[in-house]
Write a protein that binds this ligand. Structure first.
Ligand SMILES: Cc1cc2nc3c(=O)[nH]c(=O)nc-3n(C[C@H](O)[C@H](O)[C@H](O)COP(=O)(O)OP(=O)(O)OC[C@H]3O[C@@H](n4cnc5c(N)ncnc54)[C@H](O)[C@@H]3O)c2cc1C
Length: 284
């Protein structure tokens, strides 16, 4: 597809057009597509767009969207879970629960894909994506599959360094067996989210990373910004680290609000908040 509005593919419902937008039929189709692709084109992988702000001018290059395409998930005979990058985190959590595996419940409430969770080292309620990752299946710029061990990656808090021009096609996870009588707590974790987060409103979750020993939400609230709006982009009055957009909001508004929060928190507490959300594309 050409000139595809990225507002259709991000959880803020914001963002100008991508020059090209490609949804593969499956992994082999994507490999062939990449093998034939001209060089010099910028490539951006987008999962559920739930941690991404695409600017209003859009993205000059190719977007690859594996959601519902690279969708295979299976339990290997040795107990490992193979999941392709377009599988949703919720599906991984439920698959593991049904297979009697522990440690994947936290994925249930993360509204992203496995590819996005790997790229962000997504985590919640004490769990983190990369603690269970054993092996990665990377796709390179020429469509070749490269197998890598988890130890080859530099992984931190909501941060992973990828080899140049390689992206996650799939991963092999290893979770422990659930102890006899131990229950999945997916339902409780989802309830906890609903109680504390503005679920259902367009956002990208937490905008800022928590600085060491502090909570970004508490700092933003203490800076007097809970509920604060700049244009139609507003700091949530339920969770101060969430920014909520409306149909009238632009990416420019959101970026300006992010900057305003950063400057206000720095002025009041001398702490520089670092964005968790990835900002891509060009301004209008
Ligand atoms: C309501 C709400 C709650 C949230 N709660 C949490 C939470 O509890 N914990 C948490 O960690 N996050 C949370 N998030 C943020 C977000 O859901 C996660 O970061 C998620 O992992 C992003 O996945 P995605 O597929 O949507 O990635 P996208 O937003 O599409 O992409 C994010 C980044 O990953 C890259 N990427 C995507 N796929 C690939 C791939 N296959 N290969 C290489 N790079 C890739 C993109 O290029 C981009 O740089 C929340 C968001 C919302 C809206």
């Amino acid at each position: 597809m050409f000139d595809e509005p990225m507002s259709k593919h991000t959880s803020w419902r914001l963002g100008g057009p991508a020059d090209r937008y490609y949804v593969p039929a499956d992994l082999e189709d994507l490999q062939n597509f990449l093998a034939d692709l001209e060089t010099g084109l910028d490539i951006l992988w987008v999962g559920l767009g739930s941690n991404m702000l695409v600017r209003d001018g859009g993205f000059r290059g190719l977007v690859i969207a594996p959601l519902n395409a690279l969708n295979e998930i299976q339990l290997n005979p040795d107990g490992g879970i193979y999941a392709e990058s377009g599988v949703s985190c919720a599906k991984l959590a439920k698959f593991c629960r049904n297979e009697g595996l522990a440690g994947a419940d936290f994925f249930a409430g993360i509204p992203g894909t496995i590819g996005g969770a790997l790229a962000m080292n997504a985590g919640a309620f004490g769990g983190e994506t990369w603690t269970a990752v054993e092996q990665l299946f990377m796709l390179d710029r020429r469509g070749l599959l490269v197998e890598r061990n988890a130890a080859e990656f530099e992984v931190g808090y909501r941060r992973v360094t990828l080899p140049h021009e390689e992206w996650f096609a799939a991963a092999l996870f290893r979770f422990d067996r659930r102890a006899a009588g131990e229950d999945s707590n997916i339902r409780q974790l989802l309830q906890q989210r609903n109680a504390t987060q503005p679920i259902g409103q367009p956002s990208c979750g937490s905008v800022f990373k928590n600085p060491p020993g502090k909570h970004a939400a508490q700092l933003i609230e203490a800076a007097g910004l809970k509920g604060y709006c700049l244009g139609t982009a507003c700091v949530s009055d339920k969770h101060a680290n969430f920014i909520i957009s409306t149909a009238a909001t632009t990416s420019h508004d959101v970026e300006a609000l992010i900057e305003h929060i950063r400057v206000s928190v720095a002025a009041k507490f001398d702490i520089c908040l670092e964005s968790e959300v990835h900002i891509v594309g060009e301004a209008l």
